[in-house]
Design a binder for this molecule. Structure first.
Ligand SMILES: C[S@@+](CC[C@H](N)C(=O)[O-])C[C@H]1O[C@@H](n2cnc3c(N)ncnc32)[C@H](O)[C@@H]1O
Length: 288
């Protein structure tokens, strides 16, 4: 999906009232390493720098009354206009936005420059919506500020860029990327408090391991997130696995599953003493 045709780093501009909350996040672990390697670039912008008053006040009370303070539209306008390069996307973080998911992460990972605008207090003046390319929520809950939401988006998008997490295969099998939840993983010790590791994973049969993992991913998705199945691109073999997992044959289509492959029966050589099989023509009314 991410074609690797990008020439430069993926650039994130983070606009916030609390840049120091996000700074260490952009400097540590895989993100920090990707910055050093030139794969990612971050810049932090303090909205207060664009307050336009000597008190660095960015908010005001809401028209119509009510609790809390609202971030002014002119502050956000100046902060965006001051970005040295205009971003491909300006994303407003708000619980009222479109819910962030893996598909959106994949779409954003194709861009070169994303600006993420983090709110606080009661949020933004509604006119800020006209300054952005999309409004995004990270889930159906309300946090105190947009910084954690921005961090969430950066984490999910950055890891899709070639080289950021090293081995790209590690995200292709991940929950949601494959269309299914991820299969269960195990590592040493082989025995822990009476719980072992499935035998198939300890043998060297790679085809059997691949099939086992796919079947377990199907099993997990079926029990935890059946809503994902219709768009998971299921194969006839997946359908057979679902039937083995107890799904009623007649319900496969509703899960977006194609018909399973015909069951292969072993051909037995007819003994010379056995009569040859004759196929009878159907009689009227014989079909139900
Ligand atoms: C307390 S919230 C404002 C909530 C707003 N009054 C509402 O009910 O939609 C302050 C800021 O936190 C951020 N925020 C909180 N929850 C979020 C979520 N689920 N997704 C994205 N941003 C969120 C937004 O940037 C928001 O402007």
């Amino acid at each position: 999906m991410i074609d690797g045709a990008h020439t430069g780093p993926l650039h994130f501009s983070l606009l916030t009232l609390f840049p120091e909350l996000l700074r260490p996040f952009t400097q540590e672990a895989l993100l920090g390493r990707a910055v050093t390697a030139g794969l990612l670039k971050f810049d932090l912008h303090d909205l207060r720098e664009h307050a336009g008053n000597r008190w660095r006040k960015v908010d005001d009370s809401p028209y119509g009354g009510g609790a809390g303070m609202v971030i002014r539209v002119d502050v956000v306008e100046r902060a965006l206009a001051a970005l040295p390069v205009q971003p491909d996307e300006i994303i407003l973080l708000t619980p009222a936005g479109k819910k962030f998911d893996q598909k959106m992460a994949e779409e954003l990972a194709e861009k070169n420059h994303l600006a993420l605008v983090c709110g606080r207090y009661e949020g933004f003046d509604a006119r800020v919506e006209s300054l952005v390319t999309r409004e995004v929520s990270v889930g159906d809950y309300v946090m105190m500020g947009g910084e954690a939401a921005a961090a969430c988006i950066v984490e999910a998008v950055a890891r899709l860029r070639p080289g950021v997490i090293g081995d790209e295969r590690s995200w292709q099998d991940d929950s949601y990327s494959s269309g299914l939840l991820d299969y269960p993983e195990y590592t040493r010790p082989a025995q822990w408090q009476g719980q072992g590791v499935p035998e198939v994973l300890q043998g060297g049969n790679h085809a059997a391991i691949t099939r086992w993992r796919r079947d377990r991913a199907l099993e997990r998705t079926l029990s935890r997130r059946p809503d994902l199945l219709p768009s998971a691109g299921l194969t006839p073999h997946d359908s057979a696995a679902l039937v083995d997992l107890g799904v009623d044959f007649g319900k496969l289509a509703a899960l977006g599953a194609p018909p399973p492959p015909p069951v292969k029966t072993k051909r037995r050589k007819r003994k010379p003493s056995e009569p040859a099989l004759t196929i009878q023509a159907p009689t009227d009314g014989g079909e139900q």
